[in-house]
Design a protein around this ligand. Sequence first.
Ligand SMILES: Nc1ncnc2c1ncn2[C@@H]1O[C@H](COP(=O)(O)OP(=O)(O)OP(=O)(O)O)[C@@H](O)[C@H]1O
Ligand SMILES: [Mg+2]
Length: 266
Amino acid sequence: MRNESTAVEDKKIAHMLTKVKNRLLVFSGKGGVGKSTVAVNLALALSREGRKVGLLDADIHGPDLAKMLGVEDRQLEHSGAQLFPLEINENLKLVSMALLMSSPGVPIIWRGPMKMKVIQQFLGDVQWGELDWLICDSPPGTGDEPLSIAQLIPAAAAVIVTTPQDVSILDSRKAVSFAQKLNLNILGIIENMSGFVCPHCGEKTELFKKGGGEQVARELGIPFLGGIPMDPRIVESGDNGRPFIGEQAGSEASEAFTAIVERIRS
Ligand SMILES: Nc1ncnc2c1ncn2[C@@H]1O[C@H](COP(=O)(O)OP(=O)(O)OP(=O)(O)O)[C@@H](O)[C@H]1O
Ligand SMILES: [Mg+2]
């Protein structure tokens, strides 16, 4: 019985994925390094170029993307078993657990199989339509959840986000090897919080060191996609639901991010 229902889900997901040109997983070996910030800004940047983008928040316990896009008080609409993604702009659609919860502050206490069921529904039951990009923001680490997500979205590309501290770099090595084992097409590493730009004088300080992401990319023979400096305005824009690429066009972080988007796109 269970296998039958899994086969039905698999079929629905396979059908959904036939309408998606590019699938991209954003993940990291460690939490809090900026995955969601990267996912949301990348999705918005591509949508503004006219690409049809679906943004899937696969972080069930910490679904931050709705807040980062300023839509945390909205809900997904549904009709029978069909779910409809929330339209952020004419080219960008979002699906997140946060859009199914009536009280955002309440933690979700679920065991693995239930979480997987939700992600399966987010892929198979959501009416995404034709997409140029499906961007999936993963929960942190290389445990069961990111593993299951990577298995649900076969032949995906992956972007690994790290910060420059040794502890994060160490975990990124694990993340790269995880992606390789799963046969993901690794587009490269992004070093986030790479230096600090003073919002007042513009001077750059290497708060957490710098260059570790580039070094690990070189060592492991994968592309380095670029560094994004630490900028307090990024925290503000994330908290206020206004992604920084639009809000702070022209800032060093925004320019660095635009160059990264170009590398991912090409
Ligand atoms: N370059 C940056 N400069 C300053 N703050 C940043 C930068 N990148 C991300 N942040 C902030 O750091 C915090 C963590 O970022 P984010 O939520 O994107 O990380 P995450 O890897 O998705 O975390 P989690 O593993 O918990 O899902 C957020 O408050 C975000 O605004
Ligand atoms: Mg996150």
